[in-house]
Design a protein around this ligand. Structure first.
Ligand code: PHE
Ligand code: FE
Length: 298
């Protein structure tokens, strides 16, 4: 199959815009960071300790270095002000609090301006192992360490601009698949082996092991034309992960490429199921898919 030879598909269905809470400005930012209770700080510490048991040897080296550099394990939910000062001096990024998921164009505008919007709440003991909404642990522990890497930091800011452009071309769904398979669920092949860099993997215990070690999922080299046409799983472990060999390689394939032709050729829907392995794929591991076949999370 030639992955670029795809017929036009019907346009996206209309999605109603999110309603903005009255107390927020057009930037959708909270006026200040939540004052967390002692128990909530404790939840952060326990989540942090749990991940530190699992991530060495499974998270990429830039992530581990960023965690340490920002000292995110100093105790409790990090103070956004102090963390942003530090991060600004490294790559120019800051972290700002938002109440919930914000509209796409506002999210992109913040990213393009090197502001990372992070949830202003933390999960409870009941949802300790898995929550679907991004809380401060996912957003800060999962995403912020890599913002200390200069190439990845530039990729994220460029993604913000790219989001605006994708909205204009009505091809956001395609660009979102790229975000999903890189920023949230990306793998990177390092000298010492397969590692995760995606925040969705690194902010929880189960997928942090599954993504790099399980027989079940496919691991396929990331090809942009392929990934933007691939459906993704939102609320369960991924059937397929896409692998890069360096952040420089990712940058080259995305930021340094003009997506206009791609958007012109693309339909609004996805072409490939999230379990598919194509004959053009450069495969690292063909998954057994036994996890999905057992019914996944159910
Ligand atoms: N350079 C791309 C474009 O022309 C988009 C892109 C940039 C995608 C950064 C991902 C990350 O639209
Ligand atoms: Fe995320």
């Amino acid at each position: 199959i030639d992955v670029t030879d795809i017929p036009e598909l019907p346009d996206d269905v209309f999605i109603a815009p999110l309603e903005k809470p009255k107390d927020l400005g057009d930037d959708w930012l909270e006026p200040q960071q939540r004052v967390y209770t002692a128990e909530e700080h404790h939840i952060w510490d326990d989540l942090f300790a749990q991940q530190m048991e699992i991530l060495p040897g499974r998270a990429c080296s830039a992530f581990m270095a960023g965690l340490e550099r920002l000292d995110l394990g100093r105790g409790g939910v990090p103070d956004f002000g102090a963390m942003s000062e530090e991060l600004k001096s490294i790559t120019g990024w800051e972290v700002v609090p938002v109440p919930m998921l914000i509209p796409d164009h506002v999210f992109f505008w913040h990213l393009a301006n090197r502001r990372f919007p992070a949830g202003n709440f933390i999960r409870t003991r009941e949802t300790f192992h898995y929550i679907q909404e991004p809380d401060v642990f996912h957003d800060v522990f999962g995403h912020v360490p890599l913002l200390t890497d200069p190439v990845f930091a530039d990729y994220m800011a460029a993604y913000g601009r790219a989001g605006w452009k994708a909205l204009k071309h009505n091809r956001l769904k395609a660009l979102s698949a790229l975000y999903w398979y890189t920023v949230e669920f990306g793998l990177i092949l390092e000298e010492d082996g397969m590692r995760s860099y995606g925040a969705g993997i690194l902010s929880g215990p189960t997928e942090a092991v599954f993504a790099v070690e399980a027989e079940s999922p496919n691991r396929i080299h990331l090809d942009v034309d392929r990934v933007v046409r691939t459906d993704y799983t939102i609320s369960d472990l991924q059937p397929t992960y896409f692998v890069i060999e360096s952040f420089a390689e990712l940058f080259h394939m995305t930021v340094e490429r003009d997506f206009n032709d791609l958007y012109g050729r693309l339909g609004a829907g996805f072409t490939y199921a999230n379990q598919a392995v194509l004959d053009v794929d450069r495969v690292y591991h063909i998954g057994t898919q036994e996890y999905a076949q057992r019914g996944g999370r159910g």
